[in-house]
Design a binder for this molecule. Structure first.
Ligand code: PSU
Ligand code: MN
Length: 302
C-alpha cells in the first residue's frame, strides 16, 4: 500500500504519544470554502494546544497521506467537491488510478489504522439513512467501525439519519457507543436525541480505560465516543428538524441518491439556516478536537 506518514506523526506513533487523525471529506464535501480550510487548520491547532499531534488524512496522487501539510489541506478545501469522496469500496480505484480522494470516516479509519493511529476526531459519522428499509442506504462507516481498530470521537449523528436504526446496527456489529458526560446520544446540532448511549463516561480517563480494555480483549473494531455540542452553540431542535425534513424532501424530489446524499443534505441545511448550522458544525468539531485529544492523552498516559 502506498502510504506517506508525516515524519512527526510516525515518530509520535513510535513513541506512544497522542496522535489524533482528522478526515478530509469533512473539508472537501462537508463545508464550503474557505470555512472548510479555516476549520481544518484551527482543529489541528486545538489538537496541538491540548498536547496532541494532528494527522489530517487524505489521498494525494494515489498515496494515502497520514498527516497532510497546510498547503495540502488548503488544496483539499479549495478543490472541494471536485475531489471524489472515497469510501472503502473506492479506495483501490483511487490508489490504482493515482488520483486524489477525500477520505470519509470509513477510509480515514483504514488509513489511520495502517499508520498506527488509534484516535480520530470528526464532526459526525454516517449511519442508516431514513428510508433505508427501501433504499438499503447504510453508510460504510458503520461496517468500518465494526472491523477497524480506531476510536472515533464525534458529536453523534445528524438527524438526517435514522438514529434509532443507526444505534441498532452499531449494537449488532458490537461497537460500543459511549456518551462523553452524557447518558443521551447527541444529535450533532443538538445535545439530545431522546436515545440512550450504551454507557456514559465522566472523564477522559474513563473513556481511555474502555478503549484499552477493548484492545486487550482483542475485540476488533472501533469505539464510538459521542460528545455533545456545547450548549451555547446548539440549535433549536424543532427548527433544525424542520430544516432537515425540508432538505430530505428536496433531495427526494431531485432524485439524489447514494454517496451524493450526505453532501447534498449538509449543504442544503447550511443554505436554509443561512450559515447558522455551519457555525454550529464548526464549533462542535472544535469541541471534539479538545475532548478527543484529552482522551488520547489519557490513553497514552501523557
Ligand atoms: N456527517 C456529517 N458530516 C460529514 C459527514 C457525515 O455530519 O462531513 C461525512 C463523513 O465523511 C462521513 C460521510 O464519513 O459523510 C458519510 O457519507 P455516506 O453517508 O455517504 O456514507
Ligand atoms: Mn450511503
Amino acid at each position: 500500500m502506498n502510504l506517506r506518514i508525516r515524519p512527526e506523526v510516525a515518530q509520535a506513533v513510535k513513541e506512544g504519544r497522542p496522535v489524533v487523525a482528522l478526515e478530509s471529506t469533512i473539508i472537501s464535501h462537508g463545508m464550503p470554502y474557505p470555512q472548510n480550510v479555516e476549520t481544518a487548520l484551527q482543529v489541528e491547532k486545538i489538537v496541538r494546544e491540548h498536547g496532541g499531534i494532528p494527522a489530517t488524512i487524505g489521498i494525494i496522487d494515489g498515496v494515502g497521506v497520514v498527516g497532510m501539510t497546510e498547503e495540502e489541506i488548503e488544496e483539499f478545501g479549495r478543490r472541494g467537491m471536485s475531489i471524489p469522496k472515497v469510501s472503502r469500496r473506492d479506495l483501490p480505484v483511487v490508489m490504482a488510478e493515482k488520483s486524489w480522494g477525500a477520505t470519509t470516516v470509513a477510509t480515514t479509519m483504514i488509513l489511520a489504522a495502517l499508520g498506527g493511529v488509534e484516535f480520530f476526531v470528526t464532526g459526525g459519522i454516517g449511519g442508516v439513512h431514513r428510508g433505508a428499509e427501501l433504499t438499503f442506504d447504510v453508510s460504510a462507516d458503520l461496517e468500518e467501525l465494526a472491523r477497524t481498530n480506531v476510536t472515533v470521537i464525534c458529536a453523534g449523528a445528524k438527524a438526517i439519519l435514522d438514529l434509532p436504526k443507526t444505534l441498532e446496527v452499531l449494537e449488532t456489529k458490537g461497537v460500543p457507543v459511549l456518551g462523553y458526560q452524557t447518558e443521551e446520544l447527541p444529535a450533532f446540532y443538538t445535545r439530545k436525541s431522546g436515545l440512550k448511549v450504551d454507557h456514559a463516561v465522566s472523564s477522559p480517563e474513563e473513556a481511555a480505560a474502555i478503549v484499552k480494555a477493548k484492545r486487550e480483549l482483542k475485540l476488533d473494531g472501533g469505539i464510538l465516543i459521542t460528545n455533545p455540542i456545547p450548549e451555547e452553540y446548539s440549535m433549536d431542535p424543532e427548527k433544525i428538524n424542520a430544516v432537515i425534513d425540508e432538505a430530505i424532501h428536496e433531495m427526494d424530489q431531485k432524485g439524489i441518491k447514494g454517496k451524493e446524499c450526505t453532501p447534498f443534505l449538509l449543504a442544503k441545511v447550511a443554505e436554509i439556516t443561512g450559515g447558522e448550522s455551519l457555525n454550529s458544525n464548526i464549533r462542535l468539531v472544535f469541541n471534539n478536537a479538545a475532548v478527543g485529544t484529552e482522551i488520547a492523552k489519557a490513553y497514552f498516559g501523557k
